[in-house]
Design a protein around this ligand. Structure first.
Ligand SMILES: *Cc1c(COP(=O)(O)O)cnc(C)c1O
Length: 391
């Protein structure tokens, strides 16, 4: 057999398990209604929480930056790829997050990889929630640090791990701020209290919390009034901010360390000037007004209440991420396909991303959805939910 035969065999296995999915190729940009195979579908699966991907101010900022700087940055950050616009974005992000400094990476994924692999050495331990994002898990894998996993949000297990690891140099507690599959919020005040009791570092990944939780979308640390007590805040510029990229916010010393050690920062070309400019425009929109965030929460809370009233199981959701738990993977994917026939796109998420009996369609409500959009979605969900005996 040659190597392609081995790859094909892997794919056969996926097909047998019903997990082989062709990629969906859209015919229009990210928005609340998107075109697929010539049809308009209501989009309920994007991370474009505030609809900023096509906000006129972001587009204008990006186009202006292209005129001024061109389309690419030409180098990694540490050689010739840092412009004023990157520096300004980092200053704005630090102010936004209430930290001394911030450092921008090419994505949230590479931020976790770069930061965790830089700050953790063989004498350290990282204590991680079992439902943390893949990029945290991969970041941890790049280190020689000891690792300890605690059951989702289980503070007794976290405390035990802290007690059992007192001989280590640095202990880092890593958690998502908002968990991406269930839409629940990390118990950050409890985590911070335990960290202070046992002298550990708190590392929170706010990919789904920045632009969503806290005053003006400042994230989970602000939401729980924990300023100064969370050591490292990771954010993405790819979700609510509407562009692409990631950042770490924390102490100036952390930033300087990362500039010298974080490999994606050192060895991969910097974000394009237009992306940096659009991100700056997004931050300024968030700082000027909390209208979009108020709309987001009004939409999300109203929609979740209606789903529950209809009898759907929305799991632990307390944010705009609202799963409808279905269970069986094949049934989940059929449910998702039926919704699409009715005009609603809601991605099915099944094993191994979630447990075998916890297949779900994951709905993400955005500020861009109108009341009419959401009641259309509810009508379709009610119809298909009855067909499937879910309600
Ligand atoms: C989406 C996500 C990331 C990755 O962010 P990108 O900017 O898309 O690379 C990292 N962490 C969490 C928790 C996420 O949900």
């Amino acid at each position: 057999m040659n190597y392609l035969d081995y790859l094909a065999k892997d794919l056969e296995l996926l097909k047998m398990e019903g997990r082989f999915r062709p990629i969906t190729v859209w015919e229009s940009g990210s928005d609340s209604w998107m075109k697929l195979n010539g049809r308009r579908l209501l989009q309920m699966s994007s991370n474009n929480y505030l609809g900023l991907t096509n906000h006129p101010k972001l587009k204008e900022a990006a186009m202006k930056a292209i005129e001024e700087y061109g389309v690419g940055s030409g180098s990694v950050r540490t050689i010739t790829g840092t412009f004023h616009i990157h520096d300004e974005l980092e200053r704005e992000l630090a102010e936004f997050k209430g930290t001394e400094a911030a450092l921008v990476f090419q994505s949230g994924f590479t931020t976790n990889q770069g930061v965790l692999s830089s700050i953790l050495g063989p004498d350290d331990v990282v204590i991680s929630d079992e439902l943390n994002h893949a990029s945290i898990i991969d970041g941890i894998k790049l280190t020689k640090a000891s690792r300890s996993i605690f059951a989702h949000k289980d503070m007794d297990q976290l405390e035990k791990a802290l007690k059992d690891s007192q001989s280590h140099r640095t202990r880092v507690i890593a958690t998502d701020g908002v968990f991406s599959m269930d839409g629940d919020i990390a118990p950050l005040p409890d985590i911070v209290n335990l960290a202070e009791k046992y002298d550990a570092i708190v590392y929170v990944d706010d990919a789904h919390a920045s632009g969503v939780l806290g005053k003006n979308g400042k994230g989970s640390t602000d939401h729980f009034s924990l300023h100064g007590r969370v050591h490292i805040q990771i954010g993405t510029l790819s979700k609510a901010i509407g562009c692409v990229g990631g950042y770490a916010a924390g102490a100036q010393v952390l930033k300087e360390h990362l500039i010298h050690k974080a490999r994606p920062f050192l060895f991969s070309t910097s974000p394009t000037p237009s992306v940096a400019a659009a991100c700056l425009a997004a931050i300024s929109i968030l700082q000027e007004s909390s209208d979009l965030i108020a709309k987001l929460w009004d939409n999300a809370n109203g929609f979740r209440t209606e789903l529950k009233r209809l009898g759907f199981d929305t799991g632990a959701s307390e944010t705009p991420i609202i799963p409808i738990i279905i269970g069986d993977p094949a049934k989940t994917m059929r449910f998702s396909d039926r919704l699409q026939q009715e005009g609603v796109f809601a991605q099915g998420i099944v094993y191994p991303t979630v447990a075998m009996d916890k297949g779900r369609v994951r709905l993400i409500v955005t500020a861009r959805h109108t009341k009419e959009d959401l009641s259309f979605a509810l009508d379709c969900l009610q119809k298909v939910g009855r067909e499937f005996g879910l309600i």
